[in-house]
Write a protein that binds this ligand. Structure first.
Ligand code: TYM
Length: 328
């Protein structure tokens, strides 16, 4: 079978360099490998409270970011998850094939729910991985490019596929997560022991940050004692994170970078990292602004939703038929 590629990003906060390295940086290359379905996970954004206007604006931003990253809407389907009703319909079916025990073991759920009072934990937050599995299954995706934090969810989707196919025959396609060799987990600049996430302004580099802000954040990044620029996640998590960012953006190996910076002091090294980030993001930001202004994302989303609906509805029918829902 041809390669089917699928990935999504939640329009919850400002996108970060972590999102960029995991998905956007290589998007052009990734989608050249087969049929691709790239979406804005707006239903997932509802799992924590969000202002409607912010959700809308974030979704537009994300569509423009995907296009700025090189997504060609003729070749690949760009769409809003909520514009393909089959996601919700398949979710209603698949929630019966994943169990409370396995869902309650999901690290992301535990982290997010841990910050909330019990009566503020929505059912949607708990059941998030069911909908995510449906996102993948609907398009018969076999390649799912993500950061490391999504691997556990994809493992669960794989379990679901196995379980379902064992019971009903070869109905669903087995997906596989694909993470970057370097950069699968970008850490916070202010706390290199925690992941860079959309809700940590000090430790984040946002894709919309101005160059001066980016430089300031990187120069202020927490580093470690010692003076050698060396990759050592245990003893030098801050420097290791900056090396990872540099290598991911330059597409080189860690050992190559270690050689380049062998005689550098931390301050000079940080300047090089800041240059690399700024040089990567400036042209990207310019394209993003152009797309926001010409509103080409509107047409792209429309065409994409049509393509996505056609494929998703086929899969949904196949599943309905297999479990006895379609009468003819
Ligand atoms: P989201 O919106 O949290 O993140 C989008 C993508 O960015 C990756 N990522 C990172 N990678 C490296 N370092 C980091 N610090 C970092 N932070 C985020 C994420 O792993 C992800 O690939 N559940 C998903 C969205 C989703 C999805 C899907 C993805 C919904 N359905 C189906 C793939 C397939 C999420 O919340 O990603």
């Amino acid at each position: 079978m041809a390669q089917r590629i699928l990935t999504g990003i939640k329009p919850t906060g400002q996108l970060t360099l972590g999102n960029y390295i995991a998905v956007l940086k290589n998007l052009r290359k990734t989608i050249a490998r087969g049929d691709s379905f790239i979406f804005i996970a707006d239903l997932h954004a509802l799992t924590l409270p969000i202002d409607p206007e912010i959700l809308k604006q974030n979704s537009i931003d994300l569509a423009a970011f995907y296009l700025a990253a090189g997504l060609d809407p003729e070749k690949s389907a760009l769409f809003l998850q909520s514009s393909v009703p089959a996601h919700a319909e398949l979710n209603a079916i698949m929630q019966n094939y994943l169990y409370m025990g396995e869902l309650s073991r999901m690290t992301q759920f535990k982290e997010k729910a841990g910050k909330l009072k019990e009566n503020a934990i929505g059912l949607g937050l708990f059941a998030y991985p069911v909908l995510m599995a449906c996102d993948i299954i609907l398009y018969d995706a076999n390649i799912v490019p993500v950061g490391e934090d999504q691997m556990q969810h994809i493992e669960l989707a794989r379990n679901l596929v196995n379980r379902f196919n064992n019971r009903y025959g070869e109905i669903l396609t087995m997906p596989k997560a694909e993470v970057q060799k370097v950069g699968k987990r970008i850490m916070s600049l202010s706390n290199p022991l925690a992941k860079m996430s959309k809700s940590d302004p000090k430790g984040d580099i946002f894709l919309k940050d101005e160059p001066a802000v980016i430089r300031k954040k990187i120069m202020a990044a927490v580093t470690d004692s010692g003076s050698e620029v060396k990759f050592d996640e245990q003893n030098k998590p801050g420097i290791s994170n900056l090396l990872t960012i540099y290598c991911a953006l330059k597409d080189i190996s860690i050992s190559e970078a270690e050689q380049t910076f062998a005689s550098y002091r931390y301050g000079d090294f940080k300047k090089e990292v800041a240059d690399a980030v700024v040089n990567e993001l400036i042209p990207f930001q310019q394209r993003y602004i152009e797309i926001l202004n010409d509103k080409s994302y509107e047409q792209a989303l429309k065409v994409g939703a049509k393509k996505a609906n056609a494929i998703a509805n086929e899969t949904l029918k196949r599943v309905q038929k297999a479990i006895g829902l379609l009468l003819s």
